[in-house]
Design a protein around this ligand. Structure first.
Ligand code: HEC
Length: 489
């Protein structure tokens, strides 16, 4: 409950009227700046040495300085947090009162109740970036000076990324989570390479492109990775796809929850899920905006010099109990969820999981969803549909419950030990086995991570390098089935 705060403007009705109230279904994708809305802001001064380092999923700003932390809610209320370490090198705001912080070569779990370092594997080196909740049994990664590690169950699993690559890597996580809807974690190198790590059912990683001299990068569940280059915005979809915008030379950007923000000198623009840009005319004057950080509940914080200002908007819906793209352990997946919505006036809510409607109880603006006890393993989609006098508001929260997923409902027919290992030994081991000179993936754990790219390279006849004979069609079919069945050991 502490994660919820009242709407940023004192009068809810005023807030509603001033923020884009049109029915989204009436207008179509428009690249132009079709609308201007007045943005009501809440501004907070930053003290000397303070910096906005991250935003929690419902808009709490985490401000770091040399001697501590403070969390500022969207209304501008601050809470100081005492920590045991110095300045934060990297901060992942997880909730209103929990952040994961890299400082002094440790990864810390920090909040009002104190700060503790996480115990990480020795061979990780010094942690540099993190995403996901390192305490959860899955869905989290830590990038260290000696490797990329993924949490699986109670163990940390090392991804076999070449040393020279990850040494120069930065993690492009978003809103604290590691992956997009497609379970892709993006990494970039200081040399400008863009990598993807796919950590879903068929894990693999590869270099996919270049970010060149990106001014900024942003990652969001719906857009994937966004690059700001020479004042223009691009999103990655197999190649860089231009995002139309005619408001000028973009200087800063961020994206969250499918909403894209851009600043041009003193101007703020926002592009909604229907690809319509609107200019937000702030109620406070800016000269030159330094940074914008967006969050999925619908708002953003804008930093200029020594102050930061919050802009909310009418679609603020907070789901307490599951974060977008969170991976929940079957045992602690929530029995019920709390939904809080701004604005609260005269609204009703209906909710469904995977198209099956679920019971809603509560009053306008504060509801409880029950009947979640038996959500099976796998990906699910929570859909919320709110109605208000000003039109519908929809929100989709994909989440995953971990556990035994039986693909196709059948037991696997192809196994690594008996079917796949012999193919590897025959065609790949001389170079990729224990005594080979190329990247090693001669055991189950490392082959699982490489399987999809190995299959792609076999099919495109790049591996094994010609003229060496490669696997037969039948053998390729076995590998395909094995991957589809979930890669049984
Ligand atoms: C004669 C040696 C040789 C054999 C046999 C061979 N490879 Fe390779 N493999 C290489 C070399 C060399 C590279 C690096 C190529 C490059 O960097 O362009 C490579 C790279 C790869 C990569 C990419 C590794 C990375 O770092 O991203 C994969 C995947 C791969 N091989 C799979 C296979 C599979 C699967 C087989 C067996 C079906 C196989 N290779 C057989 C020599 C071999």
């Amino acid at each position: 409950m502490d994660s919820w705060t009242a709407p940023p403007c004192g009068a809810v009705a005023l807030c509603l009227l001033l923020f884009g109230c049109g029915d989204p279904s009436l207008s179509h994708g428009n690249a132009g700046n079709s609308a201007t809305t007045v943005g009501l802001s809440t501004c907070v001064d930053l003290a000397e040495g303070e910096a906005l380092s991250g935003i929690g999923p419902d808009g709490h700003a985490w401000v770091t300085s040399l001697d501590g932390l403070r969390v500022v809610d969207p209304n501008g209320e601050s809470q100081s947090i005492t920590v045991r370490f110095g300045s934060a090198d990297e901060l992942v705001a997880w909730t209103a009162d929990r952040a994961f912080i890299v400082s002094e070569s440790q990864l810390w779990d920090a909040g009002p109740n104190g700060s503790q370092p996480f115990i990480l594997p020795d061979n990780l080196g010094r942690p540099r970036y993190a995403c996901g909740d390192p305490d959860a049994t899955s869905g989290s990664f830590v990038l260290g000076t000696r490797g990329l590690f993924e949490r699986r169950g109670s163990a940390w699993f090392r991804w076999d990324i070449p040393v020279d690559v990850f040494e120069a890597m930065e993690m492009q996580h978003f809103e604290g989570s590691c992956g997009t809807a497609d379970e892709i974690l993006y990494l970039t190198t200081t040399e400008g390479a863009l990598w993807e790590v796919r950590f879903g059912e068929n894990p693999f990683f590869r270099e996919i492109g270049s970010i060149d001299d990106a001014q900024e990068l942003a990652v969001d569940s719906e857009h994937g990775i966004i690059r700001l280059f020479l004042g223009s915005l691009y999103r990655y979809a197999g190649g860089w796809e231009h995002i139309p915008f005619d408001g000028g030379f973009v200087m800063h950007t961020d994206a969250a929850g499918g909403v894209l923000w851009a600043t041009v000198r003193d101007k703020i623009f926002r592009r909604d899920r229907f690809a319509r840009w609107e200019e937000i005319e702030p109620d406070t004057a800016f000269a030159f905006i330094d940074k914008v950080l967006a969050y999925p509940a619908g708002g953003a914080w804008v930093v200029e010099g020594s102050r930061m200002c919050h802009f909310g908007h009418r679609e603020s819906v907070i789901v307490d109990g599951v974060r977008p793209f969170e991976r929940l352990d079957q045992d602690d997946s929530p029995e019920q969820l709390t939904i809080m919505a701004d604005p609260t006036g005269a609204m009703s809510l209906s909710a469904s999981i995977d198209g099956r409607s679920i019971p809603v109880t509560g009053v306008s603006g504060l509801w409880t969803l029950g009947g979640l006890g038996s959500v099976p393993a796998g990906w699910h989609e929570l859909r919320l549909a709110l109605s208000s006098p000003l039109g519908p508001v929809e929100r989709t929260v994909p989440f995953r419950v971990d556990g035994e997923v039986v693909i196709g409902g059948n037991d696997p027919t192809v196994f690594y030990e008996t079917d796949i290992k012999p193919i590897f030994d025959m065609y790949c081991a001389q170079c990729h086995g224990p005594s080979g000179t190329q990247r090693f993936f001669g055991d189950y754990e490392s082959f699982v991570v490489t399987a999809q790219s190995a299959l792609d390279l076999i099919k495109s006849r790049e591996m094994p390098p010609p003229p060496l004979p490669g696997p037969s069609q039948g053998e390729i079919g076995l590998i395909e089935t094995w991957i589809q069945e979930g890669m049984a050991p």
